[in-house]
Design a binder for this molecule. Structure first.
Ligand SMILES: NC(=O)c1ccc[n+]([C@@H]2O[C@H](COP(=O)([O-])OP(=O)(O)OC[C@H]3O[C@@H](n4cnc5c(N)ncnc54)[C@H](O)[C@@H]3O)[C@@H](O)[C@H]2O)c1
Length: 295
């Protein structure tokens, strides 16, 4: 396994390109948006500087890492020599199906096609390709250079050989790949999102305030941050969309999104990205200030 292509150079794509490049793999980073590619290179360079400052990388290794990355706005050009493609484009089913159809046509027949999707069925994505046995989920966590876990999702037809290869390459990135099967939300979001939803229900029903809910979960369960703060970090629209995937996929009312979450997303209170969620973020992300509405 030598040449890697990463599709999408946003939050996740730049991190995925970074870790492959830092571990010596040549990476073709593809995005439809040239500005997103330039921003991704700047982010990777800044994140590498942090690792250099900590003494965990030399300046020379930083330069080599950057040299390992080539950017493309044409998917066909970027993926034609790839042995492994990791797709990290915007979370939208129709977009991903179109990208995987294009990947099947533009890559070598033996290339493995992976998706970093948080919630879309790997089996469904695989169904539009000519090689469902070579389609797999590689769910990296944010921020990619820091977080150890890669949730490896086996689609219905993913082969043992491809799974073994992806487990191995993830270890070469110093990650801890962990395997699961392809059902809605996989494992991480299937467990995390109901917890966040329950925290929002506790607020909605007046069981406790924002600060109290987060403090109880943070100090009581030794979580690094409370579920409401985490929801603001993830984006309330993203949480809502994953809960709907769980709700639709299992047909079980226990996954129904809390009406308060639905209202907040409709009102464009989406967490950090919109400046307001359970907390106010207009002053930056360092201090926790409960949003006025919940004080
Ligand atoms: N953000 C997270 O915390 C997180 C965590 C785990 C997984 N994910 C998943 O990773 C994927 C990417 O999420 P993100 O947060 O990095 O999104 P993002 O919005 O930051 O970046 C998406 C990028 O995809 C590009 N793009 C759109 N259409 C494209 C196309 N046809 N070809 C190439 N590039 C295209 C966009 O220009 C953008 O730069 C999603 O599937 C998401 O569910 C996100």
């Amino acid at each position: 396994m030598k040449k890697i292509a990463v599709i999408g150079s946003g939050t996740m794509g730049n991190g995925i390109a970074h870790v492959f490049a830092q571990n010596g793999f040549p990476v073709a980073l593809v995005d439809i948006n040239e500005q997103a590619l330039q921003k991704a290179l700047a982010t990777i360079s800044k994140n590498l500087d942090r690792i250099v400052a900590k003494g965990n990388l030399t300046e020379d290794q930083k330069e080599k890492t950057l040299q390992n990355i080539t950017t493309y706005t044409s998917l066909q050009e970027g993926v034609k020599e790839a042995d492994l493609v990791v797709e990290a484009a915007t979370e939208n089913v129709d977009l991903k199906l179109k990208i995987f159809k294009d990947l099947a046509a533009a890559t070598k027949p033996e290339a493995i096609l992976a998706s970093n999707t948080s919630s879309i069925s790997i089996t469904k994505i695989a169904s539009v390709t000519d090689r469902p046995d070579k389609v797999i989920g590689m769910h990296f966590m944010n921020p990619v250079p820091v977080m150890k876990l890669v949730e490896i999702i086996r689609g219905y037809s993913t082969s043992d050989e491809v799974t073994a290869e992806i487990m191995e390459i993830s270890k070469q990135l110093s990650k801890v790949p962990t395997e699961c099967n392809d059902y809605p939300g996989f494992v991480a979001n299937r467990i995390l999102m109901p917890m966040i939803n329950e925290a929002i229900y506790s607020l909605y029903e007046g069981v406790a305030g924002v600060e109290e809910i987060d403090t109880i979960m943070k100090l009581g369960m030794a979580h690094p941050m409370g579920p409401l703060q985490l929801a603001d970090f993830i984006g309330l629209d993203v949480c809502l969309s994953i809960l709907n995937v769980l709700y639709d996929g299992f047909g079980n009312p226990k996954y129904a999104p809390c009406p308060l979450l639905v209202n907040m997303v409709q009102a464009d209170h989406k967490g950090i990205k919109s400046g307001n969620g359970f907390y106010s973020w207009t002053h930056g992300t360092k201090d926790l200030i409960v949003a006025e509405r919940f004080r």
